[in-house]
Write a new protein. Structure first.
Length: 249
């Protein structure tokens, strides 16, 4: 079933979305650094921080929202939903296949971000040295951190026939996520709001004055990833339960 879901995306706009959003982050980061060299003078550290600033707050999470809506869009056309229910013996297989496909494309987004950052840093900004390994590690960790948002958006995209509604909800979550990671009072909620988990993870070790997410230590990383995996499991189980109990048509 996972392979079948990947085939469905072959001619969709999914891969274009997955490429444009990280490249947009690289572009904004490049422009910010190029125009503020006197302040952002820490080389690769400054550049990578500028790249993940808006990407962590908005682009990555919004991209997942768009991906989830795209992945579920076909099931809301015509009688496709009934066909899915009659040909799928295990709802869990469908839910995991959908989430798995979204995760694969999210990982592709991270790959584009890393490669694009490297290319811009070397060819455009002419930065000395090599791309920090910490940036690559954070890029990989972000895929795990994105699992609860993938599960939530998959659930919303399954329940709502509208393509735009789940994306709008995701955007609202991004706004709330920024509030939780920038406010001392709301900071505890940044461990349970999926968009905020993305922001905190992508800014681990960053010099951007945004969330004080911490560094790449076990004490800082483990709570984020454990919470992410736990929340993802809960939302995936909720999606399976929804297929079995809620009349979607």
């Amino acid at each position: 079933m996972f392979r079948a879901e990947l085939v469905k995306l072959k001619r969709s706009s999914t891969w274009l979305i997955a490429a444009i959003l990280p490249l947009l982050a690289v572009t904004t980061g490049t422009i910010n650094l190029a125009n503020n060299r006197d302040v952002l003078n820490s080389g690769w550290a400054s550049f990578t921080s500028q790249v993940v600033l808006f990407y962590g707050m908005l682009f990555f999470s919004l991209g997942i929202g768009l991906l989830a809506s795209t992945v579920w869009r076909m099931e809301h056309r015509g009688t496709n939903w009934y066909l899915v229910l009659t040909t799928t013996t295990r709802p869990a297989s469908l839910v995991l296949a959908k989430a798995g496909v979204i995760a694969v494309v999210a990982a592709f987004m991270q790959l584009v971000l890393i490669v694009g950052t490297l290319a811009s840093g070397v060819l455009v900004l002419r930065l000395d040295g090599a791309l920090p390994w910490q940036f690559v590690l954070v890029g990989a960790l972000a895929v795990v951190a994105a699992l609860p948002l993938i599960a939530v958006q998959s659930l919303l995209s399954m329940l709502l026939k509208s393509f735009a509604a789940p994306v709008a909800i995701c955007l609202l979550g991004c706004v709330l996520g920024i509030a939780t990671v920038t406010s001392v009072t709301l900071r505890p909620f940044s461990y349970v709001l999926p968009q905020a988990i993305n922001t905190r993870t992508l800014t681990l070790g960053s010099t951007a004055a945004l969330a004080e997410s911490g560094g790449l230590t076990v004490g800082d990383v483990a709570p984020l990833l454990l919470t992410a995996v736990g929340l993802a499991a809960i939302f995936l189980l909720a999606t399976v339960a929804a297929i079995r109990t809620i009349k979607l048509r």
